[in-house]
Design a protein around this ligand. Sequence first.
Ligand SMILES: Nc1ncnc2c1ncn2[C@@H]1O[C@H](COP(=O)(O)OP(=O)(O)O)[C@@H](O)[C@H]1O
Ligand SMILES: [Mg+2]
Length: 246
Amino acid sequence: MREGIILEATKVKKKFGGFVALNDIDLTIRRGERVGLIGPNGSGKSTLTNCLCGAIKPDGGSVSFAGQTIDGVSAHERARLGIGRSFQLPRPFHSLSLLDNIRVPLKYVVNRRAGHRMSEQDISTRAAELLGKFGLGGKAGRLPRDLTQVEMRKLELARAMATEPTLLVSDEAMAGLSNSEVDEILGLLMALNEEGVAIIFIEHIMRAVMVFSERLVVLVAGQKIADGLPKEVIANKHVVGAYLGE
Ligand SMILES: Nc1ncnc2c1ncn2[C@@H]1O[C@H](COP(=O)(O)OP(=O)(O)O)[C@@H](O)[C@H]1O
Ligand SMILES: [Mg+2]
């Protein structure tokens, strides 16, 4: 593994029928790094996420994580290796309480790592702590349908963080939120990053992207058109023409 690199994707390609959704995408993420991933709707951001997390199989290229190639490794096993994700459309277990929603990843992801032996009681304690950290402590016994939109976003992030990832891919965790709610989610993500979690931050709200990102990657129509310092990337005329200026 190259020093300090947690994830390295090389020439990742994905086609849906004859449509090229990702065209030879290279992406490198360093340990603890905050990388913004932007691009118009349909540019391939979620498809790339799915290829990194193992939800779909790329048609070409390779992904390595923490020094090992993970091509052909299942999504569940990738979660165990330390890749966490939150979905653009939250995917809680609708029939389970919030506490149980967090217990599931603790039990089936964290506790199945070598050396992890939490008891049922430990798992419940840890789940309650996590809900508290995400401001959902008062709703531990409630069902996902009882949540507001911002609370649902927090639950989705808490579920991802319950897997104790070293890399979190946050796919549009702020869509539809008010300015103050956006700031709340930003604060949560920054706090997770301060604990050492690398974060790929997919977002359309440019204010949030510019505050959060140490590096900015731009996808347009399945191509990576820029990758660099945020201020330089948003001043790049190709980016302005293809995305920001649209
Ligand atoms: N399962 C699928 N089958 C067919 N086309 C898909 C599928 N998933 C995504 N696409 C297409 O791939 C392109 C990229 O989609 P997506 O990755 O969701 O974009 P983004 O997240 O950047 O909005 C879009 O044109 C979308 O319609
Ligand atoms: Mg998407």
